[in-house]
Write a new protein. Structure first.
Length: 185
């Protein structure tokens, strides 16, 4: 289940807000410019399907987003718990960073944790299958796919180097919980 927790940046122990309700999540993220949508497949898809089949299942939403936002590249990324590079891939974006374009991800399957650091608050957004998150460019954040990552996501880019992370050098990400799928809270 998708979940948003909002913390004061100085207090990683006690969230000031917690919700699993779509409308409440979207309402809390909107003031900081973060988009949150739910999509449904036009045809069944499963992890392991070829990227073309996955994108075809979501073609109407993909085309709408590309037309609205001018994305030039759309691809599918997939990682499973048995990936030999999973630890390296997880570490890649665990520290606070930002991108020079919006980071837009749609979760076809599995889950991941986007954590945003905005205006003295930390927004911890657990995304699951069916969730689209759109993080505005220059928003400080980090992403955790968990110790045994398992997800398929559709990614949207405007520029070829849009995925490059610019790291802030702060330790804030280490002060907040890591993603452990299956844990309550």
């Amino acid at each position: 289940m998708s979940r948003l927790r909002i913390f004061e940046a100085s207090n990683p122990e006690q969230p000031a807000f917690v919700s699993t309700e779509f409308e409440a999540i979207a309402r809390e993220l909107a003031p900081i410019g973060v988009g949150f949508e739910r999509w449904e497949a036009a045809q069944p898809v499963t992890p392991g399907d070829p990227p073309e089949a996955i994108m075809q299942a979501y073609r109407a939403d993909i085309d709408r987003l590309v037309a609205e936002r001018g994305f030039r590249t759309v691809d599918v990324v997939s990682i499973s718990p048995d990936n030999p590079n999973r630890e390296e891939m997880r570490r890649k974006f665990l520290d606070e960073h930002f991108h020079k374009e919006d980071e837009v991800r749609f979760f076809v399957a599995g889950s991941g944790l986007f954590t945003l650091h905005v205006n003295g608050k930390v927004y911890e957004m657990k995304c699951e299958a069916g969730d689209l998150i759109s993080v505005p460019d220059s928003t400080h954040h980090w992403f955790d796919m968990g110790p045994e990552p398992s997800f398929v996501a559709i990614r949207f880019f405007t520029e070829p180097d849009g995925w490059v992370g610019h790291f802030t050098g702060t330790d804030i990400a280490q002060r907040f919980p890591r993603y452990e799928p299956g844990q309550a809270g």
